[in-house]
Design a protein around this ligand. Structure first.
Ligand code: PLP
Length: 386
């Protein structure tokens, strides 16, 4: 029977990217027109654009618990992470520590350094996706030049408690970078309170525009730039700043900051409704990762007995946009490395799907999604057993 494609798309892939909020679009449209001048120009139009740029910087920094001069604008999460990793290590190779299952932006930046002589030390995570604390005292501290850890995992949504690791890093004077790309704009994040040295964010994960992100870096840390050019961003990231995108990023974060608790509850209610519905309508299912320490919007769930790729295709035909592993790794059928590191059994590795809800989703959509997903899963299981 041909799939019914007449029903509307239910977008449950907000960890891949989000739809910009209407107020973000409005702010950007205004600034593309009104603040087009180069913020580095000394004439009145340039000064006006700089004012917008600096007001946006102040607002973003303040929401994230940082000083304005600690925020460097970049093109997004990947660039911020590369700048932190490449910019914080010394010139002579040493060791970098990172957990198993980090985002490719971190892993590949570290692999690039490994090819030039750096050593990588992988940190263990437990079956819930949380860092194992016992290992911290056994790290090769004398040779460590950097530790980089995700605050909230893009696949599982699992949130790390960075306190113990940050304390050890401070004690050993080793810089700690945190990839907060999935956390910022979903949960409150305070740069100084985290006790880290650098933190990466990207606007398109919190209903802001694509093509803009930021690296927060403690004032006392020296950062070697990746690219060279003009004096922008205190020469740490030269290039004419995209004022309209930066204003859009500020508007998106301000929308979250206006009521973070409501945003959290809204996302959590939607995600929990989806999770409960799937448990009820297509058992057995296995929810991956800590359910206590998890982003409010993320559900990584296994459907034992099925395979991921065909299920993803069938869900797409049913109008459900979701993801198998991260978007950056899609196209490959390898299980998500983080699930492997969590020692998940094969039935979980074979078929885990990430649903990530967003501010535009509704309860009615969750009920509709449960019906569509359960229909596909149960039909595929019936076919397998025949
Ligand atoms: N870090 C994490 C945890 C992510 O989820 C992503 C995007 O998927 C990135 C980094 C890369 O961010 P961007 O897409 O803005 O380059």
């Amino acid at each position: 029977m041909a799939a019914d494609t007449s029903h509307h798309l239910i977008y449950l892939d907000n960890n891949a990217t989000t739809r910009p909020l209407p107020e973000v679009l409005e702010v950007m449209q205004r600034h593309f027109a009104d603040s087009f001048a180069n913020p580095g120009s000394r004439h009145a139009a340039g000064r006006a654009a700089r004012k917008v740029l600096e007001a946006s910087r102040e607002s973003i920094a303040q929401i994230l618990g940082a000083a304005p001069e600690e925020l460097i604008f970049t093109s997004g999460g990947t660039e911020s992470i590369n700048l932190a990793i490449r910019g914080l290590v010394g010139t002579n190779p040493g060791t970098i520590a990172l957990p198993h299952g980090e985002h490719p932006a971190t892993l590949e930046a570290c692999h690039a350094l490994q090819r030039r002589g750096w050593k990588l030390h992988f940190l263990d995570i437990d079956s819930e996706g949380r860092l194992v604390e016992d290992q911290f005292s056994h790290l090769p501290w004398d040779d460590l030049q950097l530790v980089s850890v995700m605050l909230a995992h893009n696949e599982t949504g699992v949130i790390q408690d960075l306190g113990p690791l940050a304390a050890m890093c401070q004690q050993h004077r080793v810089p700690l970078h945190v990839d907060a790309v999935q956390a910022a704009g979903k949960i409150p994040v305070d740069f100084h309170a985290l006790g880290v040295d650098a933190m990466s964010i990207g606007a398109h994960k919190f209903n802001g525009p694509r093509g803009i992100g930021g690296l927060l870096i403690k004032a006392e840390r020296t950062l070697n730039p990746l690219i060279f050019g003009g004096h922008q961003e205190a020469e740490r990231r030269p290039g004419t700043e995209p004022v309209a995108l930066i204003a859009g990023m500020a508007a998106a974060l301000e929308a979250f900051d206006a009521d973070p608790t409501s945003r959290f509850q809204q996302l959590q209610q939607l995600r929990d409704r989806l999770q409960a519905g799937l448990r009820e309508r297509c058992p057995p299912v296995i929810v991956n990762g800590s359910q206590q320490h998890r982003l409010p919007n993320t559900l990584n769930i296994a459907f034992p007995g099925l395979e991921g790729d065909p299920l993803l295709i069938a869900l797409d035909l049913e109008g459900i946009a979701c993801s198998l592993g991260s978007a950056c790794a899609s196209g490959s059928s390898e299980p998500a490395p983080v699930l492997v590191a969590m020692n998940c059994p094969n039935e979980v590795l074979d078929c885990s799907i990430r649903f990530s809800v967003g501010v535009g989703n509704t309860e009615a959509e969750m009920d509709d999604a449960v019906g569509r997903i359960a229909g596909v899963v149960n039909r595929m299981r019936d076919n397998c057993s025949q």
